[in-house]
Design a binder for this molecule. Structure first.
Ligand code: SF4
Length: 702
């Protein structure tokens, strides 16, 4: 009875999967998460009472048998590659931290700080991401710090910064996305990737809102749409420009808004002129009548939400795609008011905050403050006693090439798994075999950690305290429900150990203290304190510049984030993807997620419910194409690209054009990134994950 109950702990916390940022009570006992109970509505602004299957059942990983419980050091005689746990011996914290210190400082002494890089993690808290970039910039003195936001929405950030100012969702989930009159959703499989957000959309559509879905795949949301339009992967600028052309031609744009609140309209008008409905149909297979009708619905709706995810961003034209959708929102006056806005659906729990706002990125300081701004550099120097390096560092995908070139020799990876998440992973694995020193801090011996010299055991989100910032810029508390296993520690504590070993006096008294430093340096977090987050359980939406600022539910009510307060139309040039199908590789491979899994699967591949539903990778093939290729449903097939090949199970299903196949991104066996190419968007450096030419053959065909 009582004794047993007394050992059960309860934490009001934020989901550690996606960036919808659902809040609930997490119950734990003896290191095991027992379950989840929805939070009271007033303390769950994004989700009210709902959670999805991951938020509800996705915790088996927390007390999985193979959680890292002690630091590990690679044995002297262990081979270079991934041979599993046997390659390592257990070590004490002091020993492991010494090894990381020696490994990194030897390289720095011989080759300079520029030979080192640090990778941060959007799965960890804001405070940990802040400390991660501080470790890179202050302690190591390297500009090379980056994180997986590079791989998901870096093009969103770049595209929105150039058009409207802030690289973030402009609106709220409930009050705006949940209440709008019209949606254009493109490149987002919302029901699988952001389930609770999709529920909001579906409810609102049931109540009469118009839903338009443009996507190469007939995804779950398409079933609820008033208009589903199948697009050709990678040709989004063409149909977006075509919509704008039609809206301008029919005089359906918001003239007053364009006049008063924007610049460069004439450039836009000129740039979109060639994209006639007929031209768009030729480039994208979008029927002219569909294009016109969708454009008219969007332009005449009172309010419209433009929602997107990786289908729009992960292209060599990713930044242009985002600029084009931002142009469309500006043209139709759908910014700066409730129930409207630009809604990039961010992926990981804390990619907006940790991956973006906290600045573990090679081209920007925390709070998107410029490396070229002398006053900003002085401010950081004043706080840190060290001037942050102000040259632009290497972006994540570039770092692996820099290893091959001998420029980069040591890497510290916190909670990232590039061996599965980077494009063309055969290449990444080659680089990690070459690197002089690799330290990985994680909750499991990930595919990447297998290459490490030292592995540091971290606490999961269920075991620590801090904040996450969800996709609507809402900063919310994270609290521990259970203790970490063995001697594992929160990433924050490990970073503090490391910084101290390097002789830096990091004496933070917990995450609240780190947040105080963040708010003193980052204007958009200027009024954020733990006292407020305790008192205001709905969290705070940035910008929140001082203690009297209630935060900003939706952006740009009065002005855009530019000196003159005006938004900019930045017309987007059209270009087709770099790897087009040909005789040898006749099919187009697209990628994405499934509801039951999460990213590289480190967590969900250890969750019973997830593995029961989707135990392994697969390739979805259209029935006509399967028949043509002689492939049966659920047979193992070979998928080959110019980069590599994998074997996966077939899933014969009519969701996309017969020329398009699909593979999810969550599995090491049949890893899709053995096929993808190292082609980067020139502005954001996001890789071209979404369009890869492949051929699919039955296994018995040589
Ligand atoms: Fe967690 Fe996202 Fe599911 Fe909400 S929708 S429970 S935040 S994974």
């Amino acid at each position: 009875g009582d004794a047993r109950l007394s050992r059960i702990t309860k934490a009001e916390t934020t989901c550690n999967y996606c960036a919808v940022g659902c809040r609930f009570e997490l119950y734990g006992k003896d290191g095991e998460v027992l379950g989840v109970r929805p939070a009271e509505a007033e303390a769950a602004p994004a989700n009210d009472f709902s959670t999805c299957v991951k938020g509800k059942f996705g915790y088996d990983f927390v007390d999985a048998d193979d959680r890292l419980e002690t630091p590990l050091i690679r044995k002297e005689d262990a081979p270079d590659g991934p041979v599993g746990r046997e390659a390592f011996r257990e070590a004490t914290w002091a020993e492991a931290i010494d090894r990381v210190y020696e490994g990194l400082s030897e390289i720095r002494d011989e080759h300079g700080a520029d030979a080192l890089s640090v990778i941060s993690s959007s799965k960890t808290t804001n405070e940990e991401n802040y400390l991660n970039q501080k470790f890179a910039r202050q302690v190591l003195g390297t500009p090379h710090v980056d994180n997986c936001a590079r791989l998901c929405h870096s093009s969103t950030v770049a595209g929105l910064q150039q058009t409207v100012g802030y690289g973030a969702m402009t609106n709220r989930i409930n009050e705006d996305i949940g209440e709008t009159d019209c949606y254009l959703i493109t490149g987002s499989n919302t029901t699988e990737s952001h389930p609770v957000l999709a529920t909001r959309i579906k409810q609102n559509v049931r109540d009469g809102a118009e839903l338009i879905v443009f996507d190469p795949r007939e995804i779950g949301l398409a079933e609820h749409a008033d208009r589903y339009v199948r697009t050709t992967p990678g040709e989004d600028v063409a149909w977006l420009n075509g919509m704008m052309r039609h809206i301008i031609e029919e005089d359906l744009y918001d003239e007053a808004f364009v006049e008063e609140r924007t610049r460069n309209f004439d450039d836009l008008k000129e740039k979109v002129e060639p994209f006639t409905p007929e031209q768009v149909e030729e480039l994208t297979a979008v029927p002219a009548a569909e294009l016109k009708a969708a454009a008219e619905t969007i332009a005449t709706a009172d309010t419209c939400i433009f929602g997107w995810a990786m289908g729009l961003t992960q292209h060599t034209t990713g930044t242009r795609n985002v600029m084009a959708i931002a142009d469309l929102a500006l043209l139709t006056g759908n910014l700066g008011k409730p129930r409207a806005g630009l809604s990039p659906f961010r992926g990981q729990n804390n990619v907006q905050g940790g991956g973006g706002d906290m600045g573990p990125a090679p081209h920007t300081l925390p709070g998107y403050q410029s490396l070229g701004d002398e006053a900003v550099l002085e401010k950081f120097e004043g706080e840190w006693g060290v001037r942050p390096p102000n040259d632009i560092g290497l972006r994540l995908p570039e770092q692996f090439h820099a290893i091959d070139d001998g420029e980069l020799r040591g890497m510290f990876v916190m909670g990232e798994n590039p061996v599965l998440s980077e494009p063309d992973i055969d290449d990444v694995e080659r680089s990690l075999r070459e690197i002089d020193f690799l330290a990985v801090q994680d909750i499991f011996l990930s595919e990447t950690a297998e290459y490490a010299d030292v592995v540091l055991p971290a606490a999961s989100a269920a075991e620590k305290s801090g904040t996450f910032t969800n996709t609507e810029r809402r900063i919310q508390r994270v609290r521990p429900a259970v203790d970490p296993p063995g001697v594992a520690e929160p990433d924050q504590e490990i970073l503090i150990r490391l910084a101290r070993r390097f002789g830096y006096d990091w004496d933070y008294d917990g995450p609240a203290d780190v947040m105080d430093e963040i708010s003193s340096l980052v204007p958009i977090y200027g009024g954020v304190t733990y006292e407020r987050l305790e008192a205001e359980p709905n969290g705070i939406q940035w910008p929140c510049v001082d203690e009297d600022d209630p935060g900003t539910p939706y952006l740009y009510e009065d002005e855009f984030n530019f000196e003159d307060g005006k938004a900019r139309f930045v017309p987007a040039d059209y270009a087709s993807p770099p790897d087009m199908p040909d005789e040898e590789y006749p099919l187009t491979l697209s990628s994405g997620r499934v509801l039951y899994h999460w990213h590289t699967g480190t967590m969900t591949r250890r969750v019973g419910t997830s593995m029961n539903h989707v135990p392994e990778s697969f390739v979805t093939i259209h029935p006509e194409m399967a028949a043509e290729l002689g492939i049966e449903d659920e047979e193992y097939v070979r998928v080959q690209s110019r980069q590599g090949e994998i074997v996966v199970k077939s899933n014969v299903e009519d969701t996309a054009d017969p020329g398009v196949v699909f593979i999810p991104m969550h599995f090491p066996q049949g890893a899709i990134n053995k096929l993808t190419q190292h082609e980067l968007d020139p502005t954001s450096y996001i890789p071209q994950y979404k369009v890869t030419s492949v051929r699919v053959t039955p296994l018995d065909v040589p």
